[in-house]
Design a protein around this ligand. Structure first.
Ligand SMILES: [Zn+2]
Length: 95
């Protein structure tokens, strides 16, 4: 089961293990007994490599913060003179 990180108002951090189907948003701090909120972090799944989290984070971020694209891929190459100067190659279909 994944581990979820909680932090109380006194900045005590602790981890709890919950099934993904029922993760409480709040818990009780074991140090001070105060209310602790679940931190908005990805759960630590030991079976998933940390690099996968980067991809998941990037995919989630692209949903509301898409990266700005200034040019189409390969646009600079098409704008140039090209690789070949053979006139027969100019008749080849372009995409
Ligand atoms: Zn605490």
């Amino acid at each position: 089961m994944p581990t979820y990180t909680y932090r109380c108002s006194d900045s005590h951090g602790f981890d709890e293990v919950h099934p993904m189907t029922s993760v409480p948003d709040a818990s009780t701090c074991p140090e001070c007994g105060g209310d602790a909120r679940r931190r908005p972090a990805a759960p630590h799944l030991s079976a998933v490599a940390s690099s996968a989290y980067g991809l998941i984070d990037a995919a989630a971020r692209s949903a509301h913060e898409p990266s700005v694209v200034n040019s189409l891929p390969g646009a600079a190459r098409r704008a140039g003179t090209g690789i070949t100067r053979n006139p027969l190659h100019a008749k080849l279909p372009r995409h």
